[in-house]
Design a protein around this ligand. Structure first.
Ligand code: B16
Ligand code: MG
Length: 216
């Protein structure tokens, strides 16, 4: 363990804000139009994984050609972006503004590592774009979570080696990605994040000092 944590890297959906419901409603609309059964439970399997992988999981083995897949993903994204129009700064999860400002005051660099291609737009609507020193999103790397590439890309932008950075994640794929990259990890929420070094219900249940003490 190290006592020289220099950066915090946050996943977006499920850690900073909750867009999972909007992803669900958008996939559900597509699934209903195409006669595919899709439940909230199914949606849990899509947490933190890319749009392409989400479609694959939604299809549950049903074959699809690549051009139809592209069209369906565009349709889902159009539905999703309609919901994004409703996001305001009040849509941060509990404790987020306070935790981010505490971290800034402690001199910790702040990054985003989100699988979403809409991450910049979501952060702009939350009025948080300028808070982060580096933003990695669905366009930053080729290999998506659980590959460690995205978090390593963000850490590089922050000039911080992984063993001096903490990743905050709500998805199993994200915790696996961070552990594979050699990061300290905080699992957020109720999904399968038990492998993380520290687990909490949300950022409102943590202080920056608690995290730093734990990773010491
Ligand atoms: P998009 P995160 C992820 O965000 C979502 O959790 C996941 O459900 C979604 O499929 C993925 O982004 C891609 O999103 O379709 O907007 O590119 O948790 O990595 O911030
Ligand atoms: Mg997430």
């Amino acid at each position: 363990m190290t006592n020289a944590i220099r950066a915090f890297i946050f996943d977006l959906d499920g850690v900073i804000t909750d867009t999972a419901e909007f992803h669900f409603l958008a996939w559900k609309q597509l699934a209903d139009e195409e006669g595919i059964e899709f439940t909230r439970e199914d949606n849990e399997q899509l947490r933190g994984v890319s749009r392409r992988e989400s479609l694959r999981r939604m299809l549950k083995g049903r074959p699809i050609d690549e051009s139809t897949a592209q069209l369906w993903m565009e349709r889902k994204n159009d539905y999703y972006r309609k919901y994004l129009e409703t996001i305001t700064p009040r849509h941060t999860l509990p404790g987020v503004p306070q935790f981010l400002s505490e971290a800034k005051e402690a001199g910790i660099l702040l990054g985003i590592g989100s699988a979403s291609k809409n991450a910049h737009d979501v952060l702009a609507r939350l009025q948080l774009l300028s808070v982060f020193d580096a933003i990695g999103d669905g366009y930053s790397v080729v290999n998506t979570k659980p590959a460690p590439d995205l978090f390593i890309w963000v850490a590089g932008r922050l000039n911080t080696p992984p063993n001096h950075a903490v990743v905050f994640e709500d998805a199993e794929a994200g915790i696996d990605a961070a552990l594979a990259g050699g990061f300290y990890t905080v699992g957020i929420g109720s999904a399968n994040v038990q492998r993380a070094h520290l687990v909490a219900g949300g950022l409102d249940a943590l202080t920056v000092n608690q995290v730093l003490e734990h990773m010491r």
